[in-house]
Write a protein that binds this ligand. Structure first.
Ligand SMILES: [Zn+2]
Length: 51
């Protein structure tokens, strides 16, 4: 089940940070502040993570 990479792994910050690709991360509810979905680690664009 290989998916084509849009960017080389060397510059894939998301992969380096989380150890998995963005499409492998499970997302939950949207953050009320930045309106970006909060991922399974509790991160969103503004960093509030709904807290
Ligand atoms: Zn946010």
């Amino acid at each position: 089940m290989d998916k084509k990479r849009d960017v080389p792994i060397e510059i894939d910050d998301h992969f380096k940070l989380f150890g998995k690709e963005p499409w492998e991360v499970e997302y939950g509810e949207k953050c009320p502040l930045c309106d970006v979905r909060i991922d399974e680690y509790g991160f969103c664009s503004c960093g509030a993570g709904g807290n």
